[in-house]
Design a protein around this ligand. Structure first.
Ligand SMILES: NC(=O)c1ccc[n+]([C@@H]2O[C@H](COP(=O)([O-])OP(=O)(O)OC[C@H]3O[C@@H](n4cnc5c(N)ncnc54)[C@H](O)[C@@H]3O)[C@@H](O)[C@H]2O)c1
Length: 283
């Protein structure tokens, strides 16, 4: 490891599982001290124990502002500062057709994904602004960019965090704080195992099902997202703010299969006006 986060302090929400846990591990390996903020106590504490003195677990429900404030204050009290806030906690939330939406489930989905990110940004900014430095990152989703790949409330909330990211990035840019988002493709985790296998623990079974979604012939792993998160939260990205980084095997930006570069068009050829064709370069 290159120790790209030496001396840095991070809070990672949803750090007890999946993408969050892989990010905790990577950030610690890169020299950071990390507060794991999650509702799942057992998993969070176990990870903390395994990684040792540079980590703390704080039971945090991101929908509760006081919990987020406490996670941030714990980072400052225990480790002296906050350099990185990774708003990663998420749930798929409300499912089903729009005509049958259960609004309390919709509200709950917005609370975890959008309100949770709001809380994280608010309390990170509170302690980062006086030091005029920091990186805030939020996990969005392909469902925040394109239709039909996630549940309705989830898609709406994941789109909303992209808007929030850009808006807050503009405010905090003059204060030395960068604000970005990351867009994971289909990544093997408890959430996706639950979706494709109906069992959050069946990671092995979910692997093959998820590989079918991947455009790069292998399943996306939480470590793939941790690597993107590391980039955006490190000094390597010191000129990067307000963006969303797609780590999705091309799912959002390059999903096609290049029909005009294969098969019938294996010879260089041009399609000209009126449907006339010519060999390459002839008109
Ligand atoms: N896995 C994917 O394919 C994928 C794709 C796009 C986006 N995402 C996003 O990545 C993030 C991480 O998901 P994952 O795939 O690692 O799933 P995961 O279920 O393994 O991890 C999610 C974590 O968030 C925590 N969490 C849920 N509600 C919380 C709350 N109210 N307060 C605090 N913590 C809470 C859970 O306890 C869990 O530890 C989520 O925001 C998810 O929407 C995942």
């Amino acid at each position: 490891m290159t120790r790209r986060l030496e001396g840095r302090v991070a809070v990672i929400t949803g750090g007890g599982s999946g993408i969050g846990a892989a990010s905790v591990e990577r950030f610690v390996a890169e020299g950071a001290r990390v507060v794991i903020a999650d509702v799942q106590e057992e998993q969070g504490r176990a990870l903390c124990e395994r990684l040792g003195a540079g980590t703390r677990f704080v039971r945090t429900d991101v929908t509760v502002e006081a919990d987020m404030a406490n996670a941030v204050d714990t980072a400052v009290a225990e480790f002296g500062q906050l350099d990185i806030m990774f708003n990663n906690a998420g749930i798929m939330g409300a499912l089903g057709p729009i005509s049958k939406s259960v609004m309390s489930d919709v509200d709950m989905t917005f609370a975890v994904i959008l309100r949770g990110a709001f809380h994280g940004m608010k309390h990170a900014a509170r302690v980062m602004e006086p030091r005029r430095t920091g990186a805030i990152l939020t996990t969005s989703s392909p469902a925040g960019l394109v239709g039909g790949v996630g549940a309705h409330a989830y898609s709406a909330a994941k789109a909303a965090v992209l808007g929030l990211t850009r808006s807050v990035a503009a405010e905090l840019r003059p204060k030395g704080i960068r604000v970005n988002a990351i867009i994971p493709g289909a990544i093997l985790s408890a959430m996706t195992a639950d979706i494709v296998k109906g069992d959050p623990h069946d990671l092995e079974g979910a692997k093959d099902a998820l590989a079918d979604f991947s455009l790069m012939g292998r399943v996306g792993m939480p470590e793939d997202i941790a690597a993107g998160a590391l980039y955006l939260c490190s000094d390597d990205a010191s000129l990067v703010t307000g963006i969303s980084l797609e780590v999705d095997a091309g799912m959002c930006s390059a999903p096609g299969d290049s029909p005009f570069a294969t098969g019938d068009y294996s010879e260089p050829i041009g399609m000209l006006e009126g449907g006339r064709r010519s060999a390459h370069g002839e008109r």
